[in-house]
Design a protein around this ligand. Structure first.
Ligand SMILES: CC(C)(COP(=O)(O)OP(=O)(O)OC[C@H]1O[C@@H](n2cnc3c(N)ncnc32)[C@H](O)[C@@H]1OP(=O)(O)O)[C@@H](O)C(=O)NCCC(=O)NCCS
Length: 166
């Protein structure tokens, strides 16, 4: 597997990351339910990471602090995006593992995302309990995934997801 260097995101990285997101998610990305949660709230700066190989940016991940109902301490993961030219070489995995480790170290209790269970399941994500978590728009329940960083942190959780600046 190729090695990717993981660095904190800087302002200079933003155009390249935006271009990767535009390619991966297309113009419809702004209407996605996860995007609407994040809208207007800055991502957690210490958890915005970029993946590099051969001196070029190859991918990035961001997390935004959220509450579900009145349960704070969560993160919404996204976007995670990797340059298709290096797909399957471990950049996504490296970004996810580093981001999740930093999130745990920073004291966050759980991570929520909208994505493919066949990909995220290998990192410990599981489908949320159906009908318990509401986003500001439709989401396929099979794609609404959660990961507890602190055991039991999602016990009994329910309600609307909203972002807050930490
Ligand atoms: C999903 C994505 C981030 C994966 O990044 P990556 O660097 O290619 O992934 P990795 O190298 O860490 O992992 C590759 C493995 O995941 C699998 N995989 C990749 N995308 C997958 C998906 N959507 N569903 C299931 N498995 C997937 C690959 O088949 C490969 O499997 P293997 O290890 O058994 O060979 C990348 O393909 C991407 O940017 N996709 C478009 C944007 C997107 O869907 N983002 C996630 C939703 S927010």
């Amino acid at each position: 597997m190729t090695t990717f260097e993981i660095h904190p995101e800087t302002a200079a990285d933003v155009p390249a990351l935006n271009a990767l997101s535009a390619t991966a998610f297309g113009p419809g990305r702004f209407a996605r339910s996860a995007y609407r949660v994040r809208e207007g709230v800055a991502p957690a700066a210490e958890l915005s990471l970029t993946g590099w190989q051969d001196g070029r940016i190859r991918g990035g991940v961001r997390f935004t602090a959220i509450r579900i109902g009145d349960r704070r301490g969560g993160l919404l993961l996204g976007p995670l995006v990797v340059d298709p030219s290096v797909a399957g070489q471990g950049c996504g995995k490296a970004l996810l593992l580093e981001g999740i480790a930093r999130a745990r170290d920073a004291g966050f209790a759980f991570v929520l995302l909208v994505g493919d269970m066949p990909y995220y399941g290998r990192f410990g994500f599981r489908p949320a309990v159906p009908g318990t978590i509401r986003l500001p728009g439709p989401v396929d329940p099979a794609r609404l995934l959660v990961l507890e960083l602190a055991e039991g942190s999602l016990d009994g959780v329910s309600g609307a997801v909203s972002a807050y600046a930490d």
